[in-house]
Design a protein around this ligand. Structure first.
Ligand code: PLP
Length: 390
């Protein structure tokens, strides 16, 4: 095999948040971490090699972002997502979460509402609330198996002024890869009601058979004028610790406002290593990603089969994209507030508690299956033993 995703890379001693937090901070020394969204795989060889070369240079002064950085991202979006963008529409940011904070400050005023589709990636709430804005929830519909958008409800939530929606596409944690038809229906409302859509597409490359990511802004030129798209190679290529992402803002007025706010926030320089990794990933990562996706999808199959055969009390909400999935644990009869602690303390497996994504996901946990298969199986066996021993 060209890339060995089965190989265990020992991350202890690297100050990995994923590994150190449950083991050191929460005191479960052998916990298997399946929470925060990074994978346990090495980044693509081309990325590691580019970083090695840059590190060997030994001087790490302030960098400039080269035009080739933006060209690499534009090349990726064209090649992988069929979206033609001008490199000049892009800005680098130290991450999508910082970008969301700049966007909330740049385009809304204190007290303004910002809509999110819950349950959803929890830093969306913080970006809104920490800046003194109001979270307005447009809960997803759930039929026990699959989540969909509730656009009738959305219509009733759009309020003047400061009409902003933070869209998660593909959606973390529910695992939906929104279809073109679903996004078109949302787009009609956005255009009709002059809604600024912040489309967080960080998981855009991680989609499975039968599901294709549709870039929201690519649906129509007028829509692109009222959309800010957030992208990064960090989930796809496992480089989140290098703090480098980008926003794509085709509307020049919005773009200027974004850049002014980023500057006011003190950010106008990049990370010398992050810039190198970003560009190497987007130029040379295709082949590695094409090998990763079937590996992750086989992990989903194993997870689904294991639960169906051995732990039917826990139901997988099968993800269409991302390496994250909700597990509906309501059938265990454990009080939602005690659920994640049960898995950590009794099974030695640390998930993300569903409740952090919104009350709608109380009684659920989110599993991160971006790991070697043997680690996934060990975690599932631990959970099975803990559940059976209750
Ligand atoms: C939807 C979504 N947005 C943003 C991020 C984090 O982005 P960044 O590390 O660039 O701030 C994550 C990480 O899990 C995520 O799932």
């Amino acid at each position: 095999m060209k890339y060995d995703f089965d190989r265990i890379v020992d991350r202890t001693g690297t100050e990995s948040m994923k590994w150190a937090h449950p083991r050191r901070d929460l005191g479960v020394a052998d916990a298997i971490p399946m929470w925060v969204a990074d994978m346990d795989f090495e980044a693509p060889p081309a990325v590691v090699e580019a970083l090695r070369r840059r590190a060997e240079h030994g001087v790490f002064g302030y960098p400039l972002v080269p035009p080739s950085f933006f060209e690499a991202a534009a090349g990726w979006l064209g090649r992988r997502h069929g979206w033609t963008v001008e490199p000049s529409w892009l800005s680098m940011t130290p991450g999508i979460v910082p970008a969301l904070n700049y966007i909330v400050r740049a385009f809304t005023r204190p007290g303004d509402p910002v809509i999110v589709q819950t349950p959803v990636y929890h830093p969306f709430f913080y970006a809104i609330e920490n800046n003194g804005r109001r979270v307005v929830r447009n809960p997803l519909r759930f039929d026990g198996r699959r989540y969909t958008m509730d656009l009738d409800d959305l219509r009733t939530r759009i309020d003047a002024p400061g009409r902003m929606l933070i869209l998660c596409s593909p959606h973390n944690p529910v695992g939906r890869v929104w279809t073109r038809a679903e996004l078109e229906a949302l787009a009609r409302i956005a255009v009709e009601r002059d809604l600024l859509v912040v489309s967080d597409e960080i998981h855009h490359d991680l989609t499975y058979r039968g599901h294709r990511h549709q870039v929201f802004a690519a649906l129509a030129p007028e829509l692109a004028q009222q959309t800010i798209t957030c992208i990064a190679p960090s989930k796809t290529f496992n480089t989140a610790g290098l703090s480098t992402a980008a926003v794509v803002v085709p509307n020049p007025d919005l773009h200027k406002k974004f850049e002014d706010e980023a500057e006011r926030s003190g950010f106008d320089l990049g990370n010398a290593l992050g810039i190198v990794a970003f560009e190497a990933a987007y130029r040379h990562g295709d082949d590695w990603l094409d090998a990763l996706l079937p590996y992750l999808e086989a992990n989903i199959d194993i997870l689904e089969r294991f639960l169906a055969d051995r732990l039917p009390e826990i139901k997988l909400i099968r993800p269409e994209g991302t390496y994250l999935a909700l597990l509906d644990c309501r059938g265990l009869g454990i009080e939602p507030g005690a659920l994640n602690d049960f898995f950590l303390k009794k099974a030695g497996v640390y998930f993300s508690d569903g409740k952090i994504f919104g009350d709608e996901a109380a009684g659920f946990v989110r599993i991160n299956f971006g790991c070697p298969r043997s680690v996934l199986l060990e975690a599932l066996e631990r959970v099975e033993r803990a559940v059976k021993a209750r």
